[in-house]
Write a protein that binds this ligand. Structure first.
Ligand code: IMP
Length: 205
């Protein structure tokens, strides 16, 4: 069975990806499981694609398995797309989720704004071909925090079609509609095509 290494150490992300790809003939491994737990990649790119490619390429130097890396940002319309690729360190390198949310609300100055989360996933194959998958979840940023679940900007983000924030919805419902879910579904389509193409190419040989 083919093996696929994930760049993330985050157990929730690993489980979510394993779950969505569970019916494919691919064994999913975390980078710790192939002895790369000390490998840290600085995310200093200007786009989500830059960062996910950088992470995947770095890991792919050390393995010939499939490699997958992701990067996510929140893009707020009234702030011209901020915090975007800087979402995790919006309030500075020593910031945290609470400080990031506070800064965002301060910049919005009491106004709501349309916004979307975007996740980009980069896949590098055993023969170093690169593919990009992505997913977006549209909604709006509210003026105050609501809800206890989740992380990051979940307490201020209300997805379209819901009257609750991601932090009020809970992980099960959030994971059904999230940007990450859509990006992983897109990755799944790419992997299915890749597996299919290779079966076709080897047929009868
Ligand atoms: P990462 O690329 O998944 O590490 O995400 C970068 C940053 O975006 C995180 O530190 C969070 O601040 C934010 N973020 C990513 N995904 C979500 C989400 O699903 N909800 C809320 N915030 C998120």
């Amino acid at each position: 069975m083919r093996k696929l290494v994930l760049a993330t150490d985050n157990k929730n992300k690993v489980n979510e990806i394993k779950d969505i790809l569970s019916d494919l003939p691919i064994e999913i491994l975390s980078k710790d499981e192939i002895g790369l737990e000390d490998l840290k990649v600085i995310e200093d790119g200007e786009t989500l694609i830059d960062n996910s490619l950088k992470k995947a390429r770095e890991i792919s130097k050390y393995t010939d398995y499939l490699v997958v890396a992701d990067d996510t940002g929140l893009f707020v319309e009234k702030l011209n797309g901020e915090p975007g690729v800087y979402s995790s360190r919006y309030a500075g390198e020593d910031g945290n989720d609470k400080k990031n949310v506070e800064l965002l609300l301060k910049k919005l100055n009491g106004e709501e704004s349309n916004a979307y989360f975007e996740t980009v996933i980069c896949l590098i194959t055993e023969d170093k071909k690169e593919f990009i998958a992505s997913g977006r979840c549209f909604g709006k940023v509210l003026t105050t925090v609501r809800g206890e679940n989740g992380f990051g900007y979940d307490p201020i983000f209300q997805p379209d079609g819901f009257d609750k924030t991601f932090a009020e919805l809970g992980s099960k419902q959030k994971n059904e509609i999230s940007h990450r879910r859509k990006a992983i579904e897109n990755l799944r389509e790419i992997l299915i095509k890749l597996l299919g193409d290779e079966n076709e190419n080897t047929c009868g040989k």
